[in-house]
Design a protein. Structure first.
Length: 229
């Protein structure tokens, strides 16, 4: 592999690494364990309108499973339309909440595609660089700089989340969702199931977890470079 191609592969791995690591942690968060962990916390706020923690968990897991389904939002949303308020025939979610959940699934479906592409770039690029002795140092450097870039980006994000959570939450939704489509009353089921603390803790785990992975990858690259030198 000539020098130009080596540099291109190196750059692609470094640039794809943050997306790959952050979306890997996101994948882990959007699974059954997180609501189970969160609702079991003794300081998790109770629902002021009457959901028990067990009811919250059951209903939240349905929403998680909805996001994990392979079909498009227009088909998968029937899963949420079928949900009812505990002890009632009334729908769990109103039309505005269902519309927002369709927007959320459209976003996560795109993110999972990005995750796959970023993962392929990182894995294939590292295989190309590490397979040959003359490019192996570039592979180690790609780990070092890719992990370092992830850590650098996440340090800023950690500070933002911890010091300005509300601003981060609003900015995130304004970027990914049309204005006015993601704000609800406190009595809406989405807010009752997923209050602010649920998202604050998720944001903290996401940023700290991604930062840890970035540092781990960078440390591995540094150690391999040092040993090779």
């Amino acid at each position: 592999m000539n020098r130009i191609l080596t540099n291109i592969v190196f750059a692609l791995v470094v640039l794809a690494m943050p997306s790959f690591l952050v979306l890997t942690v996101t994948r882990v968060l959007i699974s059954d364990w997180y609501p189970r962990y969160e609702y079991a916390k003794p300081d998790f706020p109770p629902d002021p309108y009457g959901f028990t923690q067990a009811q919250r968990l059951d209903l939240a897991l349905v929403s998680i499973h909805y996001l994990q389904r392979a079909e498009p939002p227009e088909s998968a949303i029937e899963m949420l339309k079928a949900q009812r308020l505990p002890g009632s025939d009334r729908p769990l979610f109103d039309q505005y909440e269902l519309s927002h959940m369709m927007d959320v699934k459209r976003l996560t479906d795109v993110l999972w595609k990005v995750h796959i592409v970023a993962g392929l770039v990182v894995v294939a690029g590292l295989i190309l660089l590490l397979a040959r002795r003359e490019t192996r140092m570039a592979g180690y450097s790609a780990l070092l700089y890719g992990g370092g870039l992830t850590a650098l980006l996440l340090v800023s994000l950690v500070l933002f989340v911890l010091l300005s959570w509300r601003e981060f939450f609003i900015m995130f939704h304004d970027v990914f969702f049309p204005p006015g489509t993601w704000t609800f009353d406190w009595s809406n089921s989405l807010i009752r199931l997923f209050p602010d603390k649920f998202w604050f803790d998720a944001g903290t785990i996401l940023t700290v977890g991604s930062l840890f992975l970035g540092l781990l990858v960078a440390l591995a690259g540094w150690a391999l470079r040092k040993r090779a030198a």
